[in-house]
Design a protein. Structure first.
Length: 363
């Protein structure tokens, strides 16, 4: 089978980590006989510098013609002026909206050999294995009105947390479907004691639960959830939540795994059902890390794991996805570490060496 993959390396360390995921992709291609046709495009600051906008219509069209998109990272100090007319991040938001990627899956798994590289007590984080399902195309990020203006009493600004029933239903369904393939526990996170959109969210979660009687549903308020993520993170299996809450909680949850450099993400346009194919965009959770760019330092594992998620959800190649995860475990067990997960007595390697070690294990 031939798969068309859009590759958008972006800014900072993006191109370096994407290059390593491409090595793994080529190794999988050689081994499985599947053909991957890569279509490169610009996004973020790289696109602003070349085309004056953070995402061109042609790049969006090219992504739409592919089975899936692999993205590095966007942003950097060069484009950070708060008054700038164009921002690298806008390109990412346009991709999410333009490609209908409403469900963002962010798995957080603590690997036994990395238990000591986090800032939390080993006993607290041992066994953590959760996925946050974050709504990605609604809420404060996209709600209207959204603007800033001048009044006689000074400046004002408004953002809107707006959700339709259909938007809430499909994301909570994604949470239930995913929980069904795992430990069958779904935590719906909202702020129903204050927000109207959260009250609708909670009602819909309760209504849907009658269709998923095999999954245990619980509700948590977002502030309490933020606390429990640190206090007893292993209680979570699947968390489903709206866009902004998910943005904040996933940065928090990422610290459980020791390094942002370990965490992948999938943004998909349908329900996550293993082995079925759904269009998606795959990217590491970490940003463009401009200070590390060009130094062969960045950890490519998050991007390689993101590629594994692409195989699982967009290409239906589940065995190959498992193979990549196993290869990563083996390389870590052999004691190889990038700077961000390094501890005494282990072997420090750079971005390229880590990519090559993993590719050689899958090949
Ligand atoms: C993320 C990032 C983005 C977001 C930024 C870069 C717009 O923080 O993917 O979590 O806020 O969604
Ligand atoms: Mg974020």
């Amino acid at each position: 089978m031939k798969y068309e993959i859009a590759v958008l390396p972006g800014d900072g360390v993006g191109p370096e980590v994407v290059a390593e995921a491409v090595k793994v992709l080529q190794a999988i291609g050689r081994r499985s006989g599947h053909e991957f046709a890569l279509h490169y495009g610009d996004v973020g600051g790289a696109s602003i510098d070349k085309h004056g906008v953070s995402l061109t219509k042609d790049t969006l069209k090219m992504c739409k013609r592919c089975h899936a998109v692999l993205l590095g990272a966007v942003g950097g100090p060069k484009w950070d002026d708060p008054l700038a007319k164009v921002r690298p991040e806008d390109g990412l938001l346009e991709l999410r909206k333009g490609l209908g990627l409403f469900a963002n899956l962010r798995p957080v798994k603590v690997l036994p050999m990395l238990v000591d590289s986090t800032s939390l007590k080993p006993d607290v984080i041992r066994g953590v294995d959760m996925v946050v399902v974050r709504e990605l195309t609604g809420g404060l990020y996209f709600g209207r009105p959204k603007r800033q203006w001048r009044t006689t009493r000074g400046r004002r600004a408004v953002d809107s947390m707006a959700y339709s029933e259909a938007e809430i239903e499909r994301i909570i369904r994604a949470g239930f479907e995913l929980a069904r393939t795992r430990r069958k526990k779904l935590t719906s996170v909202d702020k129903a004691n204050v927000l109207e959109s959260s009250r609708l969210w909670r009602q819909i979660a309760i209504e849907l639960s009658s269709q998923y009687t095999d999954v245990e549903l619980e509700h948590q308020l977002v502030d309490a959830c933020a606390m429990r993520l640190i206090q007893s993170p292993s209680q979570f299996d699947v968390i489903v939540t709206e866009n902004t809450f998910g943005d904040i909680l996933t940065d928090e949850a990422s610290m459980l795994a020791g390094s942002l450099g370990m965490l992948p993400s999938a943004s998909i346009a349908g329900l996550p059902q293993e082995g079925k194919r759904v269009f998606g965009l795959y990217e590491p959770i970490h940003g463009s890390s401009p200070r590390r760019a060009g130094q062969n330092m960045a950890n490519p594992i998050a991007t390689i794991l993101s590629f594994a998620m692409m195989l699982r959800y967009s290409l239906g190649l589940v065995a190959q996805a498992d193979g990549i995860e196993m290869a990563i475990n083996n390389v870590l067990e052999d004691g190889y570490r990038t700077y961000d997960i390094m501890s005494e007595g282990l072997k420090r390697v750079g971005t390229k060496e880590m990519g090559e070690l993993i590719s050689s294990k899958v090949a």
